[in-house]
Design a protein around this ligand. Structure first.
Ligand code: RTP
Ligand code: MG
Length: 156
């Protein structure tokens, strides 16, 4: 659905799906996103704890930090119409089993781990604020111009 709302979002290919990154990048381009920048990086534990700070204290926090630091990740800044929600739709539901059931063509259904519901192959920012924070987290040296929204307002 076109909303005329150009946004940027942070997409992450998680460590267990990095071997599938060419296939995932193909989907990114087929879906019409523009890749503004990309970076392959291995997060330290401290960086991962900061990135997933919103989940600090939850039961799965330590295993999430273990997972995201288990190898390199590939971070992308994606731009496009309604990019934040568009990318989350392409990802599918958080849990791999739900993704396979409800959105069989989604990235998490196709590339998520069959043996671990939460090793779900990829990440996407969930709001304009998280997108801004997460883009700055992975690309601190990049200066980005604000994007124009359909309402004529400017967003990062
Ligand atoms: P993400 O942030 O990675 O795009 O995923 P999400 O928004 O769909 O889900 P979120 O609630 O933000 O959870 C972040 C990641 O934590 C792992 N998780 N494990 N064991 C659990 O109950 C559990 N819940 C979440 C997943 O890897 C999830 O993507
Ligand atoms: Mg999330």
């Amino acid at each position: 659905m076109a909303t005329d709302k150009i946004q940027r979002t942070l997409a992450l290919i998680k460590p267990d799906a990095i071997d599938k990154s060419p296939e995932i990048e193909k989907i990114i381009l087929e879906e019409g996103f523009t890749v503004v920048d990309r970076r392959r990086v291995r997060l330290t534990r401290a960086e991962a704890e900061e990135f997933y700070g919103e989940h600090r204290g939850k039961s799965f926090y330590n295993s999430l930090v273990d997972y995201i630091t288990s190898g390199e990740v590939l971070a992308f800044i994606l731009a496009g119409d309604d990019a934040i929600n568009h990318w989350r739709r392409v990802l599918g539901p958080t849990q791999v089993s739900r993704a396979r059931h409800e959105a069989p063509g989604s990235i998490r259904a196709r590339f998520g781990n069959s043996n671990n519901d939460f090793h779900n192959a990829a990440h996407g920012s969930d709001s304009v604020n998280s997108a801004q924070r997460e883009i700055r987290f992975f690309f601190p040296d990049l200066t980005l111009e604000p994007v124009l929204t359909g309402e004529g307002a400017k967003e990062y």
